[in-house]
Design a protein. Structure first.
Length: 142
């Protein structure tokens, strides 16, 4: 289920009053998980993967172990983040031949720009909605 804008302010303000964020993976002084969930549809597990891959490039095996999920689930989580442009996949040549895939998070400066762009888009959309005459909306009965 997608996060709801109406519930977001209550959720964040409630969390802000309860002290530092403590999910299963992160401990921080700001409330990153509810904001990432609202703006990007990411759960705490995704946020954990982002910050884990921000520290250094990681393999799927390392990510799966970190988030305590099987490899297939870790691949799906990472793929959803690749689609959003938060993680990128690289290939690393192995000394004895072959390649392995490693994953890195985009730099925090770029993520902050994405957050700002998303916030601006939400503000613009809500502003346009507030200017509309809602009496012209017709309910269609099937």
């Amino acid at each position: 289920m997608q996060p709801c804008l109406i519930d977001m302010s209550d959720s964040i303000s409630k969390n802000l009053k309860s002290g530092p964020c403590k999910c299963d993976f992160l401990e921080c002084q700001f409330k990153v998980c509810p904001i990432f969930e609202f703006l990007f549809g990411l759960k705490c597990t995704h946020v954990n993967i982002y910050f884990y891959a921000l520290q250094e490039k990681r393999t799927i095996k390392e990510i799966a172990e970190r988030v305590k999920r099987d490899r297939t689930t870790a691949v799906r989580l990472v793929q959803s983040m690749i689609k959003q442009g938060l993680i990128h996949k690289e290939q690393e040549l192995l000394p004895n031949g072959g390649i392995r895939h490693i994953y890195a998070a985009i730099p925090q400066e770029i993520l902050k720009e994405k957050l700002q762009e998303t916030l601006s888009s939400v503000e613009e959309a809500v502003g346009a909605l507030l200017e509309q005459d809602w009496t012209v909306v017709k309910v269609i009965n099937n």
